[in-house]
Design a protein around this ligand. Structure first.
Ligand SMILES: [Zn+2]
Ligand SMILES: [Zn+2]
Length: 346
């Protein structure tokens, strides 16, 4: 079968590898859609621990497909079911796994990160992923490429849940990429008055096409904009969906009393530590939160929003390609053309 494999920094190749064979407790998934994440682009650019010429890795952790084969010992799952995958498999034993936070497990493994992923015609789903709930059955009417981005949507939902937004609150998302847009979608769904900020006006324009009710700003006086929009109150909720330290520092002074900030995007470690005015946290009683990845339950919740059309993510994927054009897709994702790029299989 064809698969996109990483051999080292800058070395991504579409190769031919054997179709996986499954054991009695495993499932074979025929991939129908896999989308490109910023993590995939970074792994391509920088290489990844343990990956080299003799240990290539098939990338792809945002995916959906159809069950092609089920091992004799597999419960519940059947051939032909449409499946979306939560890619993080916890050990199942530690306190964090037992409390439903598998994504924070010290020993977690993930499709396309440290085990074979889904830029391939088939993916073997190991026994641990089958029995720990990583496979979610998706209603047949949900397009596969939409199901494939339930994963990033679930990470967004994790950050969103930390902010306890209520209807009528003022919320701002900084960063108008696919992640920022999905944050704006969930905040809109929750009844917030949503603003977006980015240095690139064309990305904001794209977000406004999809969410006409949001206010956007790309100028130099973000505080002036926020105060005008919030009638001098400041933000109740702020989400930073960009890797810029200055943005994290600047958000605190834009907040209303009791405001909640989620640092969604990580900052490269060579730009740490980030200076924060802790007196703003103190006197305004702010809540600073962080989030990374998502739990299986958050994944199922996010997927159910899509299934029930509570949120319309159809506009997030702006470009689709067949597997043969996957390098073009990666090039466009790296160049930040449009929003999300997905590979669709026959
Ligand atoms: Zn991702
Ligand atoms: Zn664990």
């Amino acid at each position: 079968m064809r698969a996109l494999q990483l051999f080292g920094a800058g070395d991504l190749r579409l190769t031919d590898i054997p179709k996986p064979e499954i054991g009695p407790d495993e499932v074979l998934l025929k991939t129908k859609a896999v989308s490109i994440c910023g993590t995939d682009v970074r792994m391509w650019q920088n290489g990844y621990e343990g990956v080299d010429e003799s240990h290539p890795l098939t990338l792809g952790h945002e995916f959906a497909g159809v069950i092609a084969q089920v091992g004799s010992g597999v419960p519940f799952y059947q051939e032909g079911m449409h499946i979306a995958l939560q890619p993080n498999i916890g050990c199942g034993i530690c306190g964090r796994c037992v409390s439903g936070r598998q994504h924070l497990c010290d020993d977690y493994v993930a499709f396309g990160i440290n085990m074979p992923g889904a830029f391939a015609e088939y993916v073997k789903i190991p026994a641990a992923a089958v029995t720990r709930g990583n496979m979610m059955v998706v209603a047949p009417q949900v397009p596969f490429h939409e199901a494939s981005i339930a994963e990033p949507l679930s990470c967004v939902y994790n950050g969103f849940s930390k902010c306890f937004v209520v209807p009528g609150e003022y919320a701002m998302v900084v960063g108008a990429g696919p992640i920022g847009l999905m944050h704006a979608m969930l905040l809109t769904m929750a009844g917030a008055i949503v603003m977006m900020n980015d240095v690139q006006p064309d990305r904001l324009a794209l977000c406004r096409e999809i969410l006409p009710n949001i206010a956007t700003y790309s100028g130099n006086d973000l505080k002036g904009f926020v105060m005008e929009q919030t009638k001098g109150k400041g933000l109740d909720v702020a989400i930073t969906a960009c890797p810029v330290p200055q943005v994290q520092s600047a958000m605190l002074d834009l907040m209303n009393y009791g405001g909640r900030i989620n640092f969604f995007g990580g900052i490269p470690s060579n730009k740490q530590p980030v200076p924060i005015d802790t007196n703003l946290v103190h006197y305004r009683e702010l809540y600073l939160t962080g989030s990374t990845r998502s739990s299986i339950m958050q994944f199922r919740k996010a997927m159910s929003f899509v299934e029930q059309k509570l949120v319309d993510i159809s506009g997030v994927i702006t470009h689709t390609y067949p597997l043969g054009q996957v390098m073009e897709a990666f090039g466009n994702a790296k160049a930040a053309v449009g929003l999300k790029h997905a590979i669709i299989f026959d």
